[in-house]
Design a protein around this ligand. Structure first.
Ligand code: SF4
Length: 377
């Protein structure tokens, strides 16, 4: 490439530095999603593909087109396949940007068509690009799609408005035009505010990966396979209530509590989500705010102080264990504490120090037996 004068940089990254190249690739989406401020790279033309040989001309025209809109785009690509994930920077809470969203969408559909490419090279037309399908495949072919859809779904109940008869892409958006973000007084520090922290979720759904995909994120979804227990659902619910709630304390909704409840605060999402959504941090803040209105439940107080309570119970272990294990009392205790009936409550034991004192210290040392270690103050 150097000899032919192609390119402008020729780095060589042998192992182990080559690992960093792959890590940069993995971090790409997170870097894009973590753009500060309300304007974000919007995934509206992010799946275009043209023939690799057409890429230079295509990119040249694309850049001119963006300049015409006063825009700079984010590029994220596997250009070797001719596929470019392009994202104009838009604030969809602003009317002008919502208008531009559609203008850019249509202009891009025409540009891709001109190069004989695909508007949905890797993913799907879905809801965002569906209105441009007639333009891409022609009215006659589009009518065939509509007829197929009508034949199988005469009442239009399956995914209405997707692929066929889709409404304009800039309608039914998450936010209202000219929506103002409210400031939130949080105890934890979120560099750009808690709403922006939730808005980092780009909806890619990586939190729905199952066990065989490896990693940790998201254990609650893996357990229930229910969307409401995914990181994405928590981020979605948070931004919904933080933008639309009329209550003085927008964190106080029971629905939010239910979506947050199964989050284990494991921080799997902080490291594995492509946008590094930190749900553990948001859950901690949410609970603090929620408890301001609803009070701290008894169950939470018990578990928060379990060390002290166990120490107390250890003074009379037999009596404590009688209550913890008694078939009449234990179920009642579990119900009050919100513990699943199938789980057993762990028995308490005398403290190590008491046991050691009682056993006469050195008496516990048994020559010739497996060595034991005693930790004492
Ligand atoms: S912190 Fe919560 S949301 Fe994030 S991966 Fe763990 S359980 Fe899921």
């Amino acid at each position: 490439m150097r000899a032919q004068g192609f390119g402008y940089a020729y780095p060589v990254a042998p192992a182990p530095q080559s690992k960093q190249v792959w890590e940069l690739r993995n971090a790409g989406l997170g870097v894009l999603s973590n753009m500060p401020g309300a304007a974000k790279g919007v995934a509206c033309i992010e799946d275009t593909a043209v023939a690799v040989t057409d890429l230079p001309a295509y990119i040249g025209e694309f850049e001119k087109l963006m300049a015409g809109f006063g825009q700079k785009s984010v590029y994220y690509a596997h250009a070797g396949d001719g596929e470019l994930h392009l994202r104009p920077i838009l604030n969809l809470k602003k009317t002008a940007d919502r208008v531009q969203l559609r203008q850019i969408g249509e202009a891009m559909a025409r540009l891709v068509k001109k190069f004989g490419g695909s508007l949905s090279g890797e993913h799907g037309d879905g809801r965002v690009r569906a209105e441009f399908i007639p333009l891409m495949i022609g009215e006659k072919n589009y009518e065939l799609l509509r007829r197929i859809k009508r034949a199988w779904d005469p009442n239009g109940i399956f995914n209405p408005g997707k692929i066929t008869d889709a409404p304009p892409m800039n309608t039914s958006l998450r936010y209202e035009p000219e929506q103002q973000d409210k400031p939130f007084d949080t105890v934890l520090e979120f560099p750009d505010g808690i709403l922006r922290a939730a808005e980092k979720c780009n909806g890619s759904g990586d939190c729905r990966r199952l066990d065989f995909a490896g990693g940790t994120m998201c254990p609650s979804y893996r357990a229930t396979r229910d969307e409401k227990d995914s990181t994405r659902a928590r981020a979605n619910a948070l931004r919904e209530f933080l933008t639309r709630s009329e209550r003085a304390n927008p964190f106080s909704h029971r629905e939010l509590y239910e979506v947050m409840d199964l989050c284990l605060s494991c921080k799997g999402c902080t490291s594995e989500c492509p946008s590094n959504v930190d749900m553990a941090g948001m859950k901690a803040e949410f609970l603090h705010q929620y408890y301001k209105t609803h009070g701290v439940p008894w169950r939470t107080r018990v578990f928060a102080n379990i060390g002290g309570l166990n120490r107390l119970g250890a003074y009379a272990p037999a009596l404590t264990n009688f209550f913890l294990k008694n078939p009449a009392v234990a179920p009642l205790l579990k119900r009050v504490l919100g513990v699943a009936p199938q789980r057993s409550l762990p028995a308490v034991r005398p403290s190590l120090r008491r046991w050691f004192e009682k056993s006469g210290g050195v008496a516990a040392y048994r020559p010739g037996k497996r060595p034991r270690i005693f930790l004492l103050r």
